[in-house]
Design a protein around this ligand. Structure first.
Ligand code: G3P
Length: 217
């Protein structure tokens, strides 16, 4: 499973890339706003330079014509840009058009298996089911990821399953067990993937024992 960061913060992307575990980045208009971005195009280019994989950049328009025009423009910014398009009837149509032009797309705001199937049939490169937001309303978000996996396998659809809206490390593990191709997560969650109290305790003990040996040398 690939590890993506769900962020528009350059420092976070730089850090995750330095750890060597960063496979891609996803953004959305809320994350861009949170990062205080004014020049979206320049910022996407900066993210694309730092990221050793796909970078999802979301369209703002909601009409077919706007999404297609914006999608073409976003895709021209860098070779690793993937155009993120919301699941709407016009969005699905835009995914079909862009994918016929060889532009990679990520269908976002997926909350049901049939939405995923429709987007996959339209040629979406990535499907983004939002796990945490379903959990927030009392559903089991990960069940959606498992069902989409089944649908993609049954119909041998090439779309990649990108588990999104992940809130904690357990979500990341569950996405991997469910057969997600990629998991996108906030920086804090990626950071948490490294930490285990027993690893920290074990290392402290190793270093203390070594220091004691040195003091007797
Ligand atoms: O980028 C899409 C998704 O990961 C958003 O997550 O935490 O805002 O529900 P969240």
């Amino acid at each position: 499973m690939q590890f993506f960061l769900d962020t528009a913060q350059l420092a976070e992307i730089e850090q995750a890339a330095a750890w060597g575990i960063l496979d891609g980045v996803t953004t959305n208009p809320s994350l861009m706003a949170k990062a205080g971005v004014r020049d979206f195009a320049a910022h996407y280019q900066a993210i694309a330079r730092l990221t050793p994989g796909p970078v999802s950049a979301e369209v703002i328009g909601v009409s077919y014509a706007d999404m297609v025009a914006e999608g073409r423009q976003l895709a021209s910014l860098a070779p690793n840009i993937v155009v993120k398009i919301p699941f709407l009837p016009d969005g699905v149509r835009a995914i079909r058009t862009l994918s016929a032009e060889g532009i990679r797309t990520n269908c976002t705001l997926i909350f049901s298996p049939i939405q995923a199937l429709i987007a996959a049939k339209a040629g979406a490169t990535y499907l983004s089911p939002f796990v945490g937001r379903l959990d927030d309303i009392g559903h089991e978000g990960m069940a959606l990821v498992r069902t989409i996996r089944q649908l993609l396998d049954t119909y041998k659809l090439p779309a990649k399953l990108l588990a999104a809206s992940l809130r904690h490390p357990r979500h990341v593990l569950e996405a991997a067990l469910a057969g997600a191709d990629c998991a996108t997560m906030p920086f804090a969650v990626m950071q948490q993937l490294f930490s285990h109290p027993l690893t920290e305790k074990g290392l402290a003990q190793f270093l203390a024992d070594y220091a004691q040996l040195q003091s007797h040398a």
